[in-house]
Design a protein around this ligand. Structure first.
Ligand code: GAL
Length: 438
């Protein structure tokens, strides 16, 4: 069974989300008679993620509700750690993995991030599940490539997120006569200037050092918008030229865009930043599509008339993406419960229950016409873009660079937030690539 974001919240919202906050949800719904454990004993499943904000936590609960329909005897232990893009969660997880005390399953991102865990020998091979359920054929091949090593599969993707999305406040754009879909950075800069003159926040973001990933997210979309998909991909191959004039030009654009991002509001999470756009304090935000729930659910806004979306300037035809996955860590305490969870994550009903609430699309290759109707207008657009666009991997969200490389980029971005020195930023990125490119 699948449900839309609105009906999920109407049906279960307050109760499930409140229960999640207590950290422990015991199975309480569902009609199927399955359980876990070779002996059929009730199981317990510790799920580690960073889904605590906005639609993230609602989506996780929607997935858990669907899971409990066929696994009523497995209690769900929510180990979500607050912090957008997993900054805090990843650090805590690293400690647990080093102490050989893994959760039963943890959130990871397809690509370099999953690769880090494979290299460290922290994940079990899940090829048997792929064979059993035919996922090696039914999942999107581009995503599959990112969770494989030596022909073996190491995690189960549950979504595809769209990273290069420009969100806007429609009434502000209309009133000021500016487009919600500027075609390139120069047009965008003109629009930002118009908003600034009107006394509003042009581009909403938190500039707090603890939220530097929001700024890195903007930076990567400007790099893609300037270098295009091929130029972006080339940066992540060994020998990618971070010193090039093209990168300099892109970072200059980034610098100009950031001049219109005052960071008003301090250390705001991504959904609090979205609220600045949704409530008419700011005109634009560059953020992944997990934030769509902030507009639709949290603020109850209508698509197109009250908020709008478009590819970030210059990225038309490119789908910059990330894909959240779940894993079977080596040493997981309740392996059977984890396998039941991963089976749910790979299922159509699990992915629909999750993605329709999260603001994401399923990682399966084909979404049928009936299934498509579960998705709201933004997500239907995203489904089409995924099919038609050139796909590119995200930096901030784990696809193209390892954790160590990302940390070095974080340091360069944090320094930039302190001194606004864009030349130093580029040198920091050059040094990071020199040290970590593979
Ligand atoms: C991303 C993740 C999304 C969303 C976002 C904000 O890295 O892929 O699922 O949670 O962070 O926290």
């Amino acid at each position: 069974m699948t449900i839309s974001r609105r009906s999920f919240l109407a049906a279960t919202g307050a109760a499930s989300v409140a229960a999640a906050g207590t950290g422990l949800l015991t199975a309480c719904s569902g009609t199927a008679q399955s359980s876990t454990g070779a002996d059929g004993a009730p199981g317990s499943l510790e799920v580690f993620s960073w889904w605590t904000a906005g639609g993230e936590k609602d989506a996780l609960m929607s997935l858990v509700d669907d899971f409990h329909r066929s696994n009523p005897n497995i209690s769900f232990v929510n180990r979500a750690v607050t912090g957008g893009a997993g900054d805090a969660a990843k650090k805590l997880l690293a400690q647990r993995l080093a102490a050989k005390n893994p959760p039963d399953t943890f959130q990871a991102q397809a690509g370099a991030m999953v690769g880090d865990y494979i290299t460290a020998g922290q994940l079990e091979d899940l090829t048997f599940l792929y064979r059993q359920h035919g996922w090696d054929k039914s999942f999107n091949q581009q995503v599959l490539k990112l969770i494989q090593r030596d022909g073996k599969y190491y995690s189960v993707p549950v979504d595809i997120h769209h990273i290069n999305v420009l969100w806007s406040n429609t009434p502000i754009c209309r009133r000021l006569g500016i487009s919600s879909a500027p075609k390139d950075i120069p047009e965008f800069l003109g629009n930002l200037h118009t908003v600034q003159k009107a006394g509003l926040i042009p581009l909403a973001v938190s500039r707090d050092p603890g939220q530097e990933w929001q700024v890195k997210h903007i930076m990567e979309t400007v790099l893609v918008g300037t270098l295009k998909a091929d130029g972006w991909a080339a940066l992540w191959r060994g020998g990618g030229d971070w010193n090039s004039a093209a990168v300099t030009r892109a970072l200059q654009y980034f610098h100009q865009v950031m001049a219109f991002a005052p960071g008003t509001g301090g250390a705001m999470s991504w959904d609090q930043v979205s609220a600045q756009v949704g409530t008419g304090k700011a005109a634009y935000q560059i953020m992944g599509d997990w934030t769509e729930a902030s507009f639709t659910v949290t603020l109850g806004l209508q698509p197109h008339t009250e908020y709008d979306w478009a590819p970030t300037p210059g990225t038309q035809g490119v789908f910059l993406f990330a894909s959240d996955c779940f894993t079977l860590p080596v040493g997981a305490r309740d392996r059977d419960a984890t396998i039941a969870w991963l089976t749910e994550c790979g299922s159509q009903s699990g992915q629909d229950a999750f993605t329709t609430v999260k603001g994401a699309i399923p990682p399966r290759a084909d979404v049928g016409a009936d299934e498509r109707t579960l998705f709201d207008p933004y997500l239907q657009w995203s489904l089409d873009e995924w099919k038609q666009n050139t796909v590119a991997g995200s930096l901030t969200h784990g696809v193209v660079a390892s954790g160590a490389w990302n940390a070095a980029v974080d340091a360069a971005v944090t320094a930039y937030l302190g001194d606004s020195d864009v030349n130093r930023l580029q040198q920091g990125l050059v040094a990071a690539a020199r040290q970590y490119a593979v």
